[in-house]
Write a protein that binds this ligand. Sequence first.
Ligand code: GDP
Ligand code: IMO
Ligand code: MG
Length: 421
Amino acid sequence: MPRSKADIVLGVQWGDEGKGRVVDSFAADYDMVARFGGGDNAGHTLVVGEQKLALRIVPSGVLQERPQLFIGGGTVVSLEGLASELEMLSGLGVDVSRIKLSDRAHVVFPYHAALDRANEKARGDAALGTTGRGIGPAYTDKAARLGVTFAELRKPEAVADKVRYNLLARAAALLSMNAPPNADDIVAAMLDRLPSIMPHVVDGVAYLHDALESGKRILIEGAQGTLLDVGYGTYPFVTSSHTIAGGACTGLGLGPTAIGRVVGVAKAYCTRVGAGPFPSELDDEAGARLRERGGEFGTVTARPRRCGWFDAVAARYAARLNGLTAAVVTKLDVLSHFERIAIVRDYRSGNRSVDFGAANELGLAPELEWFEGWNQDISDVRRIGDLPDAARRYVKALESALTVPVEAVSVGPERSSLALA
Ligand code: GDP
Ligand code: IMO
Ligand code: MG
């Protein structure tokens, strides 16, 4: 069997593009779906028939029977979070023995979540609006060589000492809390969880490469979105991991030559949860309408998502960063019945166009281009060519911004609500 290549599906905006539902649809054709980064700051919603599922750490292929599910080494995983997701999935009749976790992944402890919330509080008005799940502090510990890997959990006594040391090292930060985390409680809860978690832990590098070398088809699932990347997003209003395609290589221990397709998922408009620049944000009636029609409330935190027009300059920036080969546009149905729809066409300084990254730092105002809307329900359309003319013109404009072919457009949350090229 020839060695196969892994394909990537990832978000090109600020997260919540609908990656989960796209991965769910694609996963039927793959032997494995692998997450490469983030933790339970992610919330990926699947709707299959009457069933609606919000996943945080388990890959979105879980409702397809075929694929194995792999949580890669670049992720940060809460024991409580994973255990409760496994229980929830078992309760739905899912065979959770298909779910494997890399021994290189890092543990998110309750003190990470406590520190995340304390850091946000200390920032006051300058808070980032994190999900409060401890993601930043867990990645900070990883870089500071204070983190605990799932490999280390094979020897829990040594981890107990490390937890005690980590709490001591943070005495100052923890002392200011009303109910500071207690090392003995954390260790006891950890020991309690290990019997249900450890059977899922594998040598992640061998697991993934053995699969590739035996010709298995692997789909890599992104979390968050390109503009939340710690290096190339709207820093410091970003998450703490690399969310772009390069992050899939480091997060799974893959070389770039192992990657095949890179599919970018773009919502037909933009949303963002939490603070930070959002040049096309709408504070008016149109923004409220997008929020209401799109159900734009966070999967993890239930916070209202900020809403605005599609940003074509940001899309081009994301296409470059990820080396996209194709795109999927989601939630086009939400724009039906708008009289007119805008996209950000340009950022200008004098008579010069400025790219997304620099435009943000300079605080440049976006220039909009207007499109005629379509006053028609499109939720039953299953071929892009069958969309109303105005909707097709709009999708063409997004395609030219994304610089790659749009191979599917979603027109409703349900698995089958997908119009193909
Ligand atoms: P993810 O984090 O990228 O997987 O996206 P989320 O699941 O956080 O947010 C996407 C939301 O939009 C979910 O509630 C989906 O059920 C919903 N959704 C996905 N695709 C469509 C679509 O085509 N139309 C509509 N109306 N809703 C959609
Ligand atoms: P999915 O995978 C949308 C945002 C948070 C905050 C910033 C930092 O569902 O698309 P963090 O808790 O990661 O330190 O928060 O990143 N954020 C997301 N926004 N979708 C997500 O994931 C997100 N994950 C993190 O709102 O602004
Ligand atoms: Mg989400």
